[in-house]
Write a protein that binds this ligand. Structure first.
Ligand code: APR
Length: 235
């Protein structure tokens, strides 16, 4: 792929769908089974912490039984082989990119397998339930919550993401519906900066018109094909 050196990849729930993790929107999506306002807002946590903790305990347990699929593996292969800058910005709170071996991953919506202490601000790797209010390993307070960005909260590391987009030659969006900002706006930002943009998704996303190119298909097929293409000249 000529003239491409720096790449920013945005991933969403669609890349983990074939690993058996529910997406959020569409038939059977998580937000059809649960109301966002009941489980994914700071207000919900204040109102009914048990309900919210139980929901995330279930999700945390479930993701640990899932495995990366060929799309995660292909991105890990790209990460290992790519000499230029590369940043995989994921909206996903699962750890499948890392388990596939990717290193340059940024979790803009947090991580299921982290606990965040609202008393001392420490973040701790967390694989167990939180419903019984375990103590924070750093300060001993029973003030842990899932380290997941809820609606109404600011996603993580926005400065780092925008700075990567500013120096990118290629922006690729994989498996996201383009319904949630600020991630949904990255393609427009990239376009305005003159960055080439590519969408890989099962169906056209809401911001599909902003992409130079769209390839429709299952992530486990279109992502490895694209990675092969990108790495081909280097071989
Ligand atoms: N391969 C590729 N794309 C797929 C596949 C698949 N096998 N299965 C589904 N998709 C696509 C869907 O067509 C849809 O466009 O993935 C997209 C998933 O969209 P959402 O469920 O809206 O997930 P996402 O875009 O990641 O959601 C963004 O919303 O609720 C929040 O914080 C949550 O990070 C999440 C954010």
């Amino acid at each position: 792929m000529p003239d491409i050196r720096n790449i920013v990849i945005l991933t969403g729930a669609g890349i983990s769908a074939e690993s058996g993790i529910d997406t959020f929107r569409g038939g059977g999506g998580l937000w059809e089974q649960h109301r966002v306002e009941d489980v994914a807002t700071p207000e919900a946590f204040e109102r009914d912490p048990d309900l919210v903790l139980r929901f995330y305990d279930m999700r945390r347990e479930a993701i640990q039984t899932k495995l990366p699929n060929p799309a995660h593996e292909a991105l890990a292969r790209l990460d290992a082989a790519w000499d230029g800058d590369l940043l995989i910005v994921t909206q996903n709170v699962d750890d499948l990119h890392e388990r596939a071996g990717a290193r340059r991953v940024l979790h803009m919506h947090g991580e299921h397998l982290n606990a965040w202490c609202t008393a001392c601000d420490a973040r701790t790797r967390w694989t167990e339930p939180m419903i019984d209010r375990p103590a924070c390993p750093a300060c001993g307070q029973k003030a842990l919550r899932p380290d997941v960005v809820w609606f109404g909260e600011m996603p993580y590391e926005m400065d780092r993401i925008y700075s990567a987009i500013r120096t990118a030659d290629l922006f690729v969006s994989i498996g996201t519906s383009g319904a949630v900002y600020p991630a949904a706006g990255f393609v427009r930002d990239a376009r305005q900066l003159g960055v080439r943009t590519l969408e890989l998704n099962l169906e056209r996303s809401e911001g599909s018109a902003w992409f130079h190119e769209t390839r429709l298909g299952r992530a486990s097929e279109v992502v490895p094909e694209w990675v092969d293409e990108v790495l081909a000249p280097a071989r």
